[in-house]
Design a protein around this ligand. Structure first.
Ligand SMILES: [Zn+2]
Length: 108
């Protein structure tokens, strides 16, 4: 269970609480005042470079399948871009034809 640290906005009392992520403490146990949750990025900090490199190797070993996803996404994005460009060119042509036809009709 994660540890959360709270600071009371009224009496500045700081204390730690163990509870699940979807719970919050709202009242100071000391004075009943409003609390502010303090965030400690303890789980995010990599202590030493050794831990980081082993973790990196691990994730790259079984991340072979994952690596395909961004490529596929990019491919899809490129297709979308092509489609968009085609559509724009079509619209341009249609507008030009519209102009040309209205121009010629006004002349006659
Ligand atoms: Zn308090």
């Amino acid at each position: 269970m994660p540890t959360y640290e709270y600071k009371c906005l009224e009496c500045e009392h700081v204390f730690e609480e163990f509870h699940s992520a979807n719970e919050t403490r709202e009242e100071c146990p000391r004075c009943g005042g409003r609390l502010r949750r303090l965030f400690h990025p303890v789980g995010v900090i990599f202590k030493g470079s050794g831990f980081y490199t082993t973790d990196y190797k691990k994730s790259s070993d079984n991340g072979g399948e994952k690596a395909l996803t961004p490529g596929k996404l990019e491919e899809g994005f490129e297709m979308m871009k092509d489609d968009l460009r085609e559509r724009r060119e079509k619209e341009k042509k249609e507008k030009q034809e519209e102009k040309a036809s209205s121009h010629s009709s006004s002349q006659s």
